[in-house]
Design a protein around this ligand. Structure first.
Ligand code: UDP
Length: 238
């Protein structure tokens, strides 16, 4: 079973906005249940999974700064938002029988574990889904960069970026009818053309460490399993 997986150990990055579901703000539990089922299925298929979830459904540092807050202070709020999302995901995963641990880059010992790389590795070996919260724990970064860093630290085979669209396009498909999806695209092309599928700092970290990024749609049923098996629609950045 496991031997048929193209990627065995993966980091799945979900944006905070993905957790809003049909809403405009915050956490939609049925939407999280849907993601949790996909994660549970992937785990049953033999994948070792860790997660990074953004915080944009609750608070973004840039938005706070735009309203006059000090950026570093606003970014702390953004990081706290990612902890809330991580706890919501943990709760739903565990209700579906998936063992999990949350590790935060900012110590909150009463709520979750602190980030300890070797301990996180061990959790993954034991089949637990590790949810990394609070990004990298520093302001002026994003959870994309946090996802890249953790994917490298966990020796992941790929960073899976779940989005609303099924990959990276040559142009915005909503504005340009000739836009085509890349099956495969080089890190350098993403950076040179400024195709903003992930933060450039995250893309360059993945390039330097030679770990592919797979961009795929979370909307389609079974898409996570498809990506793990190397089939279905997606774009691989490598
Ligand atoms: N953030 C931060 N440092 C990090 C990760 C995140 O300061 O290492 C803050 C930043 O303010 C960011 C917010 O947390 O806007 C939420 O994360 P992000 O915007 O990456 O979430 P997403 O867009 O994926 O929902």
């Amino acid at each position: 079973e496991t031997s048929t997986l193209k990627y065995k150990r993966v980091l799945l990055k979900l944006s905070g906005e993905a957790l809003m579901g049909p809403g405009q703000f915050g956490i939609d539990i049925p939407t999280i249940e849907h993601f949790a089922r996909a994660i549970a299925d992937a785990r049953t298929a033999g994948a070792e999974i860790c997660l990074v979830i953004g915080g944009g459904n609750i608070f973004r540092g840039m938005a706070g700064a735009a309203k006059g807050m000090e950026r570093a202070q606003a970014d702390s709020m953004g990081m706290l938002a990612t902890v809330m999302n991580a706890l919501a995901m943990q709760s739903v995963l565990e209700s579906q029988g998936v063992p999990t641990r949350v590790q935060s880059a900012i110590a909150m010992d009463q709520i979750c574990e602190p980030y300890i790389r070797r301990r996180a590795q061990r959790h993954m070996e034991k089949g637990r889904v590790v949810i990394f919260a609070a990004g990298i724990g520093n302001p002026f970064f994003t959870t994309d960069t946090g996802a890249a860093l953790r994917a490298i630290e966990m020796n992941c085979d790929a960073l899976l970026k779940g989005t609303q669209v099924d990959g990276v396009y040559t142009a915005d498909p909503r504005l340009d009818s000739t836009a085509a999806r890349y099956e495969q695209v080089a890190y350098q092309e993403i950076l040179a053309k400024d195709l903003r599928v992930m933060d450039p700092s995250a893309v360059s970290l993945m390039r330097d460490n030679n770990i592919p990024i797979v961009v795929f749609s979370l909307k389609e049923e079974g898409s996570l399993l498809n990506v793990l098996h190397g089939r279905g629609k997606s774009t691989t950045i490598s």
